[in-house]
Design a protein around this ligand. Sequence first.
Ligand code: TRP
Length: 339
Amino acid sequence: MENRKNILTGDRPTGKLHLGHYFGSLKNRVELQDKYNTYIIIADVQALTDNFENPEKVRQNIREVALDYLASGIDPEKSTIFIQSLIPEIAELTVFYSNLVTVARLQRNPTVKSEIEYKKELFGNDGESVTYGFLGYPVSQAADITAFDGAIVPVGDDQLPMIEQTREIVRKFNSIYGETLVEPEAVLSSTTRLKGLDGNAKMSKSLGNAIYLADSHEEINQKVMKAVTDPNRIKKDDPGNPDICMVYYYHKLVNQENIETICEECKAGKRGCVACKKELVESMMNFLKPIQERRRYYEERPELVEEILIKGTNKAREKAKEVIKRVRKNMKIDYFKES
Ligand code: TRP
């Protein structure tokens, strides 16, 4: 299937994956893996850019992320799941690309910029804690993508500036050294950014509003009960406005078959918020059931997960070697036949 395009996408192993990841990109990847050669990177080097003092956290989360991938339906027979730090060619490309991007351009990258603002607030300083590695992570992400001839990158919308930066690096590289690298394209899913149950525009671990794919009934119950509903609805039989209710927003995602009834009952004041939340908990558990069953299957077979990661990494490395050969040749640093 050599003429199929390649997908390259992935995540930082800094925690378990949540519904935001699922609707933002995992679901999309599961659908796309049938049509493309899919490579999925567990980006431990990138995770270390702001967790270099917590290597244990990154190490443990490699397994969690791998489990969440397999649980979500990423099929190791169709997709190549691999670990970033075990592909030295990515580090090599990062060094070569670092000449093709200015510090000013990195500082203007909207994702990097907002992360730096966040760090400034967190540490209460002017950003002097921002490391060279952190500022440069878009360059290493360009290497992640191009090392596998990634043409399609299914990601959430927060990653668009990264793909744009990759495209610029590719164009620059190709214009200097000749056609070598594939210019990637981002593919967004229909729910590009999942809102939080708290009404926040984004579900994220750092905002503390995440519903994890591995959450128990108890955990989901606690989170859903705190969800933001229509603030003008005081009494149970007040008519509600589902459009400003986070419970309704989630029903739309996991309880499609009952959505019209829910909407009408809410508007007519015939559905109490507590009952509505309880129904959401059950629908969410139902939705997560196949995911959690698959997760359990792999949790009980750690040696199988390890084998999948080793196999995937070996296969990915073969591909990266092929690309680096082309890169070295065109950069005229292929000094000896054997190297
Ligand atoms: N930056 C991505 C994130 O924070 C993870 C990532 C690393 C990635 N390398 C990638 C995504 C390459 C797509 C392609 O989630």
